[in-house]
Write a protein that binds this ligand. Structure first.
Ligand code: APR
Ligand code: ZN
Length: 371
């Protein structure tokens, strides 16, 4: 049994509180991780603000990295001491989707229940009442027990903050471009929304050798940051004038609009804008997650007539064990400058303040660091 500190939310829609909890040792097939870093992603904010219903009480956080401290029965104890990145969707590796290599669609993942593979949790309050772990990894925590399939070893030299971001934002954005959309070299790309996910789409577009890379945000400082990552054109969005944003994106992309547009916010308005910028044959890739129940619309005839496409991209089609080490390697080679996304390091106790900055679009990527 371990005493840990973790950011707990009682239920979706209420503030988080840092609490002392008890953590059991890992059972067979589970791994005890001492957390080193946990990114603050908009998906955490969706839960915090009640956009997404989730069971509670639950330890927040799904973008994390740490060091293996112990393994449950049946796993190789030789891995103790290894730095790892954590996947927020632990695959079962047995269902049809996993067998097809589509682990992001796994139907048997314990992450769906925010618990371990057997459906129970290793976390409890002092009174013995159980506490869940968000996506089975609850990374806003000094230590955590996680399913073995969520754990991906990192090569030497990868900083904890970078490994954490590979666990969600980087894989989601880079993978949307390279894996889900398979953007061909020379294509024009637009990215709407430049948080950790959108900026990762920009890095993915650079890796794909895209032609023009048009970036769109309401916040000028985000556009400047995207420029240092390789964006070639920009549009400062005014939510009160969506037509101007659409026109701006089309003009900047050239040839009638972008071949691929990535929506990395999750608002109906920007989803509709993304679809409206498409030229014939163009593809809108929806990466941002909306609140539950939100809908967006588009005009049917020109969409079909112009053979346009809309595709959803979940977790950048990540197969963590395959892709995380690859993204880490690109970071080490200087081709995926993940560290430039990080604009604040904070202790766990300042998480609510980090959510306040994220809510108003001020943050690129904030990362909780543990000692
Ligand atoms: N037009 C253009 N940009 C906008 C608009 C708008 N109407 N509204 C917000 N933005 C910008 C913000 O200024 C910010 O830079 O969108 C960006 C969103 O970034 P974050 O809040 O940091 O979100 P991120 O963590 O990158 O996640 C984006 O992906 O995985 C999902 O759930 C996640 O839906 C979320 C999305
Ligand atoms: Zn995330």
């Amino acid at each position: 049994m371990h005493e840990i500190e973790a950011a707990v939310i009682e239920r979706a829609g209420v503030p988080t509180a840092v609490e002392d909890l008890l953590l059991d040792d890992p059972h067979p097939g589970e791994v005890l991780v001492r957390m080193t870093a946990s990114g603050v992603c908009h998906s955490d904010l969706h839960v915090r603000d009640g956009d997404w219903e989730r069971p509670g009480p639950i330890v927040m956080g799904h973008e994390g990295a740490g060091i293996i401290e112990a393994v449950g029965e049946g796993l190789d104890p030789g891995v103790v001491g290894r730095p790892v990145a954590l996947s927020w969707y632990a695959p079962c590796l047995r269902c049809r989707q996993c067998q097809r290599g589509r682990q992001w669609l796994c139907t048997g993942s314990p992450s769906l229940r925010h618990a371990q593979v057997d459906g129970t949790t290793r976390l409890a309050r002092a009174d013995g009442s159980p506490v869940l772990a968000y996506c089975s990894i609850g990374t806003m925590s000094t230590r955590q027990v996680v399913p073995a399939t969520a754990v991906v070893p990192m090569p030497d030299g990868v900083p904890p903050e970078v490994a954490a971001l590979i666990g969600c934002g980087v894989s989601t954005g880079v993978g949307a471009v390279l894996k889900t959309a398979e953007v061909p070299a020379g294509s024009s790309v637009a990215v709407i929304g430049l948080g950790g996910v959108g900026l990762s789409c920009v890095m993915g577009a650079v890796l794909a050798n895209a032609g023009r890379i048009v970036v769109v945000d309401t916040n000028r400082s985000k556009i400047d940051l995207a420029g240092t990552l390789g964006a070639t054109h920009w549009v400062l969005a005014d939510p009160a004038d969506p037509a101007a944003t659409i026109g701006g994106i089309r003009e900047a992309a050239g040839e009638g609009g972008p071949d691929f547009v990535f929506e990395a916010i999750g608002l109906p308005q920007t989803i509709e804008q993304a679809i409206s910028t498409l030229p014939p044959g163009g593809t809108a890739v929806l990466v941002g997650m909306t609140a539950f129940g939100e809908t967006a619309s588009f005009e049917g005839f020109p969409f079909v007539d112009g053979a346009r496409r809309i595709i959803g991209s979940n977790y950048g089609s990540a197969a963590a064990a395959l892709d995380f080490p690859r993204y880490a390697e690109w970071y080490l080679q200087g081709r995926l400058p993940v560290d430039r996304l990080i604009d604040r390091r904070l202790p766990l106790i300042e998480l609510e303040d980090a959510f306040d900055r994220l809510r108003v679009g001020q943050a690129a990527r904030q990362v909780v660091v543990f000692e």
